[in-house]
Each structure stands twice: as structure tokens, then as C-alpha cells.
Write a protein that binds this ligand. Structure first.
Ligand code: SAM
Length: 241
């Protein structure tokens, strides 16, 4: 997958996506991420990228010219001439979840436009953006952290990114439930012992125990997920819609 991130603050991405699994994915060539500074495309003498909102009000709005020019130049970098899914993170968007992550992980190209200040001029959204996504009901200072979160979530779903012994099919949300608890060595830590069923070697009993624990935690913390599961509508990947 080829990802382009249009941002005023490329330095915000240094670190979170350059370690561990996402770093390995880039090194294996399964994923490329390029950060493009919108400010470099500003036509103004002082590389201005924001202005006061028409109609008044607090804060500044990112102007359309640098974003349009940056976007058009970015599209030229893709070898295929198709218009890629173009995501703008905003608290007004559809709330991100594992289903959206899986859907986006199947794309060959993605473009992310990061908003800052009060956000971008509406004409950017109307003309360039295909998907508006929120990462939750709270307001951050910019779109950079939401974009990093979304890239992390979708990258690990690209075939080959997770190792053979790691599987997203066993994780929270895939089955529709939150995940069961995990234990590792030692068997006894400060008198706290591992549930004996996990040491039994009986795969059927272990599966039953995990299923029961998944039901318990989901019932307690996210009863809405149980209600959704009862509809039993799933997509071709067995993910609950
Ligand atoms: N004026 C906007 C509003 O009330 O909806 C909030 C602007 S916020 C201070 C600046 C930028 O951060 C937004 O344009 C968006 O790109 C990003 N952002 C903030 N919170 C977000 C969230 N929960 N999900 C996704 N993006 C968010």
C-alpha cells in the first residue's frame, strides 16, 4: 500500500510509525508512507497557509490554495491515474472502527489530509475528500495524531504485516466481542496464578474458557457489541457489520 500524508507538521510523524511492526512493514516493502508538507505549496510570500474565517469567529482556517496544489502534485506521484480514497480526519466524521480499518486496508493508495487550527476550508472537503473520519468524540489540536492512529490500525491488517503467530482474527472486535485475557510465564507470579485451564493442554476447554471470558468482558463493558452480534450480519470476512 502506498500512503501519502499531507500535513503542516511532518515532524509529528517521526517516531510512532517508524518502530516495531509498522517499521518492519515498510522495510519489507508492504507499505510506503510519504509525508508532504502543505506549506511548501503556498503561493504567498511568507508561505502563509491559514486565514481568518469568513463570517467571523475564533481561530484560523487552512486556506484551499496550498492544499489543492499539494494534493494535485501528490496525485502525480501515484503510478496509476485513479483518484485514491482521500481521508480527512475531523470530529464531524464517521467514527473509526475495525470495520473501516479493514475496508481501507484493501486499498492500494490512500491520501490523508491533516487539518489544523479550526480545520480546512470546506471547499477542500467538497472537492478532494472521499471520507471524513473521526477517532472519537473529543477534539484534538490537529489531524496528525488521528492519521497516525488510522495508519497504524490499517497497516497491521495488510496481509503479511503481522507475523504468522500473530493474527487479527483472534483480537477484539473481529468476532464481534472484546478479547479474552492473556497470561504468560511465570505460572505463579507473587502468588498470582494462571487459570489452570490454560495449562491443561485441552484445546476445546481452553477455547470454551476464552469464549466465556470474552462474553463476560463484552457484556460488562460493551453490551452494545452483544446487541450488534445478535443481528448476526457479517461481511465476507466474517466481521460484524
Ligand atoms: N473546529 C473543529 C470542530 O469543532 O469540529 C475542530 C478543529 S480541531 C481543533 C483541528 C483539527 O484536528 C481538525 O480539523 C481535525 O483535522 C483534527 N481533529 C481534532 N479532533 C479530531 C477527532 N476527534 N477525530 C479526527 N480528527 C480530529
Amino acid at each position: 500500500m502506498e500512503i501519502k500524508v499531507l500535513t503542516l507538521f511532518p515532524e509529528m510523524f517521526k517516531g510512532p510509525l517508524d518502530v516495531s511492526i509498522i517499521k518492519n512493514a515498510q522495510e519489507k516493502g508492504l507499505l510506503t508512507i510519504e509525508y508532504i508538507n502543505i506549506r511548501d505549496f503556498s503561493n504567498s510570500k511568507h508561505k502563509k497557509v491559514d486565514d481568518y474565517p469568513y463570517g467571523g469567529g475564533a481561530g484560523m482556517v487552512m486556506t484551499p490554495q496550498p492544499i489543492f496544489d499539494c494534493y494535485e502534485k501528490t496525485l502525480e506521484k501515484f503510478k496509476d491515474s485513479i483518484k485514491p480514497r482521500t481521508i480527512y480526519c475531523t470530529p464531524k466524521g464517521k467514527v473509526f472502527n475495525q470495520q473501516i480499518a479493514l475496508e481501507l486496508s484493501k486499498e492500494k493508495h490512500l491520501v490523508f489530509i491533516c487539518g489544523h487550527y479550526e480545520g480546512v476550508d470546506q471547499r477542500v472537503i467538497d472537492e478532494l475528500v472521499t471520507d471524513e473520519i473521526s477517532i472519537g468524540d473529543y477534539v484534538l489540536t490537529g489531524g496528525e495524531l488521528p492519521v497516525a492512529v488510522i495508519i497504524d490500525a490499517i497497516s497491521r491488517l495488510i496481509p503479511g504485516v503481522l507475523g504468522q503467530d500473530e493474527s487479527y482474527q483472534e483480537e477484539s472486535f473481529y468476532s464481534g466481542l472484546l478479547e479474552y485475557p492473556h497470561y504468560t510465564r511465570p505460572e505463579n507470579f507473587r502468588g498470582l496464578t494462571v487459570p489452570s485451564v490454560l495449562l491443561s493442554g485441552n484445546h476445546k476447554e481452553i477455547a470454551n474458557w476464552r469464549n466465556q471470558k470474552a462474553m463476560e468482558v463484552t457484556n460488562k463493558r460493551r453490551p452494545d457489541l452483544i446487541a450488534r452480534m445478535k443481528n448476526k450480519k457479517r461481511d465476507e470476512n466474517n466481521i460484524l457489520l
